[in-house]
Design a protein around this ligand. Structure first.
Ligand code: ACO
Length: 311
């Protein structure tokens, strides 16, 4: 690339301004963004499955309506993110193909099962809480379309987190059996939620470059720490224990110390060997195949419209 384009790109990043679709950008920057944004979009779509399973089994009409709206929001997030990815010159159909062939990833967290209705609450509280910690800084990501998509997504995620916490509060005011369901869900989701932030900093191959380009604003470990610091007081208020014997307040650091997640488990889940990987991908593949007629009909309609305006 001509040096003046390279310099303009670097100056834009240095001034904390945005890179926009028509601006020149290094190939590596484009590739990293396609990887992260596509992976993020796939996660939103696959993330509809664990909670979606509970829509027909929600305990009341009110809970059903809330859960329905929430799962639908996740579909919307996936769509804004695929649109953001397309501004980088890739095609959504191709990204979907890459996911189905196992050449692109989606978040590890959606490979765990939802065993009871308290899981819906804990997903809202932990998983959407973790998503907020990770995504609020992404509103300042250097790539304009990605950063702007994050603004709306974060507003909706914050509603999702509150609905989860409110659901759990309600269950905690209920019977002993309901309180036990909440504690059981907390025990199962805590460590996988910490793993959402990715591997530890010294084992995170993409972090240094993504942070230099200001695609990522904070390291995986920093965001994980923020999540722990935010969540511990909420757990106390709710009346549940987090399953970590090493969790304690560190006066000197002004933050919580906590135990080490099982990184070998994260590796296994990322490489396809989690409790529900096969099921999630099979469902995603079936949905794609069952939706083929809709895509064909939409394409035929668009072609007809285009032919009409030409005449
Ligand atoms: N699940 C699946 N894959 C992961 C996870 C995870 N929890 N954490 C890291 N990985 C993958 C990375 O994608 C990378 O693989 P790749 O090079 O093939 O893409 C590899 O493990 C090494 O990790 P890092 O070098 O740390 O990767 P990166 O700098 O991309 O950081 C992170 C990972 C933090 C997930 C980042 O991509 C990110 O912030 N993404 C946007 C948020 C997002 O995708 N959220 C989805 C779940 S939240 C929700 O949708 C409700």
């Amino acid at each position: 690339a001509p040096p003046e384009l390279q310099k303009r790109f670097e100056d834009t990043i240095a001034r904390d301004q945005r890179i926009e679709p028509r601006d020149w950008m290094p190939d590596g920057y484009r590739k990293t963004l396609v990887r992260q944004v596509a992976q993020h979009a796939h996660s939103e779509i696959i993330g509809m499955q664990p909670e979606g399973e509970w829509i027909t089994r929600a305990p009341s009409l009110r809970r059903k309506a809330i859960l329905f709206a929430k799962v639908q929001d996740e579909a919307g997030h996936g769509l804004y993110l695929y649109s953001a990815a397309e501004t980088l010159g890739v095609d959504r159909a191709d990204l979907t193909e890459r996911l189905l062939e196992g050449r692109q990833k989606y978040s590890s967290i959606f490979n765990y099962p939802t065993r009871n209705f308290a899981d819906v609450g804990v997903i809202g509280w932990f998983v959407d809480g973790a998503a907020i910690c990770n995504q609020v800084p992404l509103c300042r990501s250097s790539y304009g379309p990605y950063a702007r998509a994050m603004v709306r997504i974060c507003k909706e995620e914050s509603f999702h987190q509150r609905q989860g916490y409110e659901l759990l509060m309600t269950m905690m005011r209920g019977t002993d059996a309901q309180r036990a369901m909440v504690q059981d869900a907390v025990d199962r989701w805590w460590w996988p939620s910490l793993m959402m932030f990715g591997p530890p900093d010294d084992d995170s191959p993409n972090s240094a470059r993504s942070m230099a380009w200001k695609i990522k604003r904070h390291s995986n470990d920093e965001l994980r720490q923020r999540f722990v610091d935010m969540t511990v007081p909420q757990a106390e208020k709710l009346g549940v224990t987090l399953p970590d014997p090493d969790l304690r307040w560190n006066e000197d650091r002004g933050r919580y110390d906590f135990g080490t997640p099982d990184w070998s488990e994260l590796k296994r889940v990322i490489t396809g060997d989690g409790p529900c990987n096969e099921e999630r991908m099979a469902r995603r593949r079936a949905a794609h195949e069952e939706g083929a007629w809709v895509r064909e009909a939409a394409a035929a309609h668009a072609a007809k419209q285009a032919a009409r305006t030409q005449n």
